[in-house]
Design a protein around this ligand. Structure first.
Ligand SMILES: C[S@@+](CC[C@H](N)C(=O)[O-])C[C@H]1O[C@@H](n2cnc3c(N)ncnc32)[C@H](O)[C@@H]1O
Length: 229
C-alpha cells in the first residue's frame, strides 16, 4: 500500500514538500546531517546508507555536508518505491540506489558507518523488524539519524499540527492529485509514537540515544542514536 502510494506521487513529491513545508524540510534534513556528522568518530572516508531515500534529498545533503568537512563517502540509498528511485537516479547519480524494504535490508552485517532515515520509519509496515535490520547493517559504534514527524504539546507544536491536519491534505492533494496520500500522512503522524517512546524502541534493540532534538516549528524531530551501549 505504502509503495503504491509513493509511486503515485513520486513525480510531484519534491514540489509538494517544498510548498507544504515552505522549504523547512530542507532545513530539517540539513540540520540532521550536521548533527549526524558531529556524532561520527573522525574518519577520512565513510560508508553511508539512506534508508527510505525517496527522491534522494537526504543523500544530496549528506554528500554536500561530508564534502564541507573534507570527508569522502560511498553513498547508498534504499527505497521500496521504484518511481521515487527513478527521480532519485537523476538527482543523485553519485549514489548506488537499491530497491528494497527496510525490513530486509540487502546488505551485510556491519556495512555502514552512518545510516539516515528521513520521514521513513513512520511508514514501515514492521517497525520492530526494520529497527533490527538497521542495527544489523550498522558498524559497531556507528551512528543512526532518524528524522520524523510527531505531535508536540507546546503552543507552537499545536499550531503546526493544526496546519498539518487542515492545510496539508488540501495543498498536497492539489499539487499531486492524490489527496489520500496526504490524509494518510496526517493519520500516520497521529498514530506514530512520541519521540521518547520511539527512542525506547531503538534502545531495546541495542542502540543508545545520543540526542533528541525538535526542529522549528515543533512538528519534526531528530533522534540520534549509536549502535551499542
Ligand atoms: C515520506 S517519503 C521520505 C523520502 C525521503 N527520505 C525524504 O526525506 O524526502 C517515505 C519514503 O519511504 C519509502 N518507504 C516506505 N516504507 C518503506 C519500507 N518499508 N522500506 C523501504 N522504503 C520504504 C517510500 O517509498 C518513500 O519513498
Amino acid at each position: 500500500m505504502v509503495r503504491e502510494l509513493f509511486n503515485s506521487i513520486a513525480s510531484r513529491y519534491d514540489l509538494a514538500n517544498r510548498l507544504i513545508s515552505l522549504d523547512l524540510d530542507c532545513c530539517w534534513r540539513r540540520k540532521t546531517c550536521e548533527e549526524a556528522l558531529k556524532a561520527l568518530p573522525p574518519a577520512g572516508k565513510i560508508k553511508v546508507l539512506d534508508v527510505a531515500c525517496g527522491t534522494g534529498d537526504m543523500l544530496r545533503c549528506l554528500r554536500k555536508k561530508l564534502g564541507e568537512k573534507g570527508i569522502s563517502g560511498d553513498f547508498y540509498g534504499l527505497d521500496c518505491s521504484e518511481n521515487m528511485l527513478e527521480v532519485a537516479k537523476k538527482k543523485v547519480p553519485f549514489a548506488k540506489l537499491v530497491p528494497g524494504f527496510a525490513e530486509k535490508i540487502p546488505f551485510d552485517d556491519g556495512s555502514f558507518d552512518l545510516i539516515t532515515v528521513a520521514f521513513g520509519v513512520r511508514n514501515f509496515s514492521d517497525r520492530k523488524r526494520a529497527i533490527k535490520e538497521l542495527y544489523r547493517v550498522l558498524k559497531p559504534g556507528g551512528v543512526l539519524a532518524v528524522l520524523e514527524f510527531s505531535r508536540n504539546p507546546s503552543v507552537l507544536g499545536k499550531l503546526a499540527w493544526f496546519y498539518t491536519e487542515r492545510v496539508v491534505p488540501l495543498v498536497g492533494g492539489l499539487i499531486t492529485g492524490n489527496k489520500k496520500a496526504y490524509t494518510y500522512l496526517v493519520e500516520s503522524i497521529g498514530k506514530f509514537p512520541h519521540p521518547e517512546e520511539l527512542a525506547r524502541e531503538f534502545e531495546s534493540a541495542g542502540f543508545s540515544t545520543l540526542k533528541l532534538r525538535w526542529f522549528f516549528p515543533r512538528i519534526a524531530f531528530l533522534l540520534l542514536l549509536r549502535k551499542g551501549r
